[in-house]
Ligand binder design. Structure first.
Ligand code: SAT
Ligand code: MN
Length: 604
């Protein structure tokens, strides 16, 4: 960089001899010109100091429970910004039709101009972190440079962050460079605002060099760069190159009344119930769910040829609205233990939190804008979040921290569809399962800016997170299936908890009752579950779903499971258009799956 470092930049002692890291920190601080550079150790004391400063500056408000804080973002900075998210691969063809692309040099030039002096008046925090256990065979390190203390304390919850990660990096471990700025330099004497950000936003990824550059937003998915940016977009490229999968999946452990244990991974789009399923409290007696992760899974082959899943994260960044004692009691118990940063929820008169879905609104609420709530709009933003250490989850499986991960028996894909898609379908084989994943569709949610409720294809629930060409990604999934014996590959299922009847009501009660669907999945794995062949895959006859103790007519279950040939035929043009978008990169196996589906539906 040609820009000279200002004399006033103060740097805390550098606790590392990692030359490449030191050089990069120096280079980025010369570019962004913070007043100070602070190396974060991740300690309790440091977190305490940062939260005190955030409270003093008005970014965080302390709540009643110890360690609980509330942040209210700028109203224009509440969700991931997919239209501002870029994959800057050298070749545009490597980003593919589902990503925004810009040439790396051009993006670097554009963002270097934005970064020039962007941390003036602020502190640059150096945040070393590790995605996945530190004692993994090849720990996946990252270092985030950020001018947001909110990001630092959130990264401390979401990742294994601080001195231990830095020490484990030694002097030359490779790491992902993750640069983040809210893009709001502070002129001397100017007071800060509670939520600094910039209207101009870029969330850029340089897969070839494993770098992330984020500018202008403080919102979680845009600023906690270990999460979607690293663990999905960059990691999906690492996985492609190294033979593994980085997926938008929860991981759960399911134990049957007979004591048989199965690990299940499930991919649903953002705000479609991954956290609820990961922490499910089965309504079927004797069944038990334990949680390993609620958002991201890295799947690698073990020596026995099975696919093992690791949750790279260390915390939960869950959607608050809809979370309640009836829908997700284990999330409520996790939150009861405090130490949670809430963002954009409503605040009660007793300094507690409230959001839509928590029952009747108490009097005296302050809404997510910080105003007395008048009931005319949601009190909590629909994408308001809680950020809490996963260790506080009362049903956390002890294996969550095992660097080898857990062997996956079943993968569930799912989305939010009012019509067409049955409660559960089993894929005929791996290729058919990849087809189901590649054609996954869901109604959009508030997790990203843009219109809510529009059906879009969201392959493997990874549409905004695949770091390369989606056609190559499908091919990679098919290759993974060739790597292993079909007998040990996870079986693939497709679920839809959200189907509605003609009167608009949900056909299936969902939440804890989803254990009934999981029971059928396990029965299929164990060879005892009944299934019928349909044009779209194997579905249970309604009687094969255990309804004991549930006040639900078998006819309703049948309706939830129904494969409506006319509805499916109506999907075909969209499926063809979807595949056509990938041109030559769409694996022929998937075209063949679509052709076979057309034939089974009795179409052309
Ligand atoms: O905000 S995040 O992108 O981290 C959460 C989500 O949308 O899944
Ligand atoms: Mn997610």
């Amino acid at each position: 960089m040609t820009t000279a470092a200002p004399e006033r930049t103060a740097t805390s002692p550098t606790p590392t001899n990692h030359r490449a890291l030191l050089a990069w920190v120096r280079e980025m601080s010369e570019l962004t010109r913070p007043d100070r550079v602070v190396w974060c150790d991740g300690s309790e004391a440091e977190a305490g100091e940062l939260t005190r400063a955030l409270v003093a500056g008005g970014t965080l408000e302390p709540l009643r429970r110890p360690g609980d804080f509330l942040a209210r973002t700028d109203p224009g900075d509440v969700a991931r910004v997919e239209e501002r998210t870029f994959i800057c691969s050298p070749d545009p063809d490597d980003a593919g039709p589902t990503n925004n692309w810009m040439a790396p040099d051009q993006m670097r030039a554009t963002m270097t101009r934005l970064y020039d002096g962007c941390m003036r008046g602020r502190t640059m925090y150096v945040v070393p972190f590790c995605m996945g256990p530190l004692d993994a065979a090849e720990p996946k390190f990252g270092v985030e440079l950020t001018d947001s203390a909110y990001v630092v304390v959130s990264m401390r919850t979401m990742t294994r962050m601080g001195a231990a990660a830095l020490a484990a990096m030694g002097e030359n471990a490779p790491f992902v460079r993750a640069l983040h700025s809210v893009g709001a330099p502070l002129e001397p004497g100017r007071a800060d605002v509670p939520w600094p950000c910039n209207e101009t936003k870029y969330i850029s990824h340089f897969p070839a060099t494993r770098e992330i550059w984020s500018y202008g937003s403080g919102y979680g998915g845009n600023s906690l760069l270990g999460k979607k940016c690293y663990s999905l977009r960059i990691a999906s490229v690492m996985g492609r190159d190294e033979g593994w999968l980085a997926e938008h999946m929860l991981i759960l452990k399911l134990t049957s009344p007979q004591g048989a244990t199965h690990y299940i991974a499930a991919a649903f789009p953002s705000a479609c119930g991954k956290t609820n399923l990961a922490m499910l409290e089965p309504t079927l007696p004797g069944w038990r769910v334990e949680t390993l992760g609620d958002d991201i899974a890295w799947l690698r082959f073990g020596d026995d040829g099975r696919l093992y899943a690791v949750n790279p994260e260390y915390g939960l960044f869950g959607v608050a609205p809809g979370t309640d004692w009836t829908t997700n009691p284990n999330a409520m118990r996790t939150l009861e233990r405090g130490n949670t940063i809430y963002t954009n929820v409503a605040r009660t008169a007793e300094d507690g939190v409230w959001w839509e879905g928590m029952g009747a609104a108490p009097a005296g609420l302050t809404d997510w804008h910080g105003q007395p709530w008048d009931g005319s709009a949601p009190a909590a933003h629909p994408n308001s979040r809680f950020c809490v250490p996963i260790r506080q989850c009362p049903i956390l499986a002890p294996e969550y921290d095992d660097p080898r991960g857990v062997p996956i028996s079943a993968i569930l894909f799912g989305g939010r569809r009012r019509t067409t898609v049955p409660l559960v379908t089993e894929a005929r084989d791996w290729a058919h399962g990849v087809f189901l994943g590649a054609t996954l569709s869901s109604e959009t949610t508030a997790a990203a800016t843009g219109k809510v409720g529009v059906v879009r294809r969201d392959p493997m629930a990874m549409l905004p997170f695949i770091g390369y060409h989606a056609g190559d990604y499908f091919a990679h999934w098919l290759n993974v299936g060739k790597h292993a014996d079909a007998a040990v590959l996870p079986r693939i299922f497709y679920v839809n908890w959200f189907r509605r009847g003609e009167d608009g009501r949900f056909l299936w009660p969902g939440f804890g009752e989803n254990s009934r669907v999981l029971k059928w999945v396990v029965q299929r794995l164990e060879g005892t579950g009944e299934a019928v062949e349909t044009p779209i895959g194997l579905t249970p006859p309604a009687a094969a779903i255990d309804r004991s103790g549930l006040d639900l007519d078998v006819a309703d279950v049948a309706e939830a499971l129904r494969v409506d040939v006319a509805e499916w035929r109506a999907e075909l043009p969209d499926l063809s258009d979807w595949f056509a978008r990938f041109g030559e990169k769409l694996p022929t196996v998937l075209w063949a799956e679509l052709d076979a589906l057309k034939v089974r539906l009795g179409g052309s």
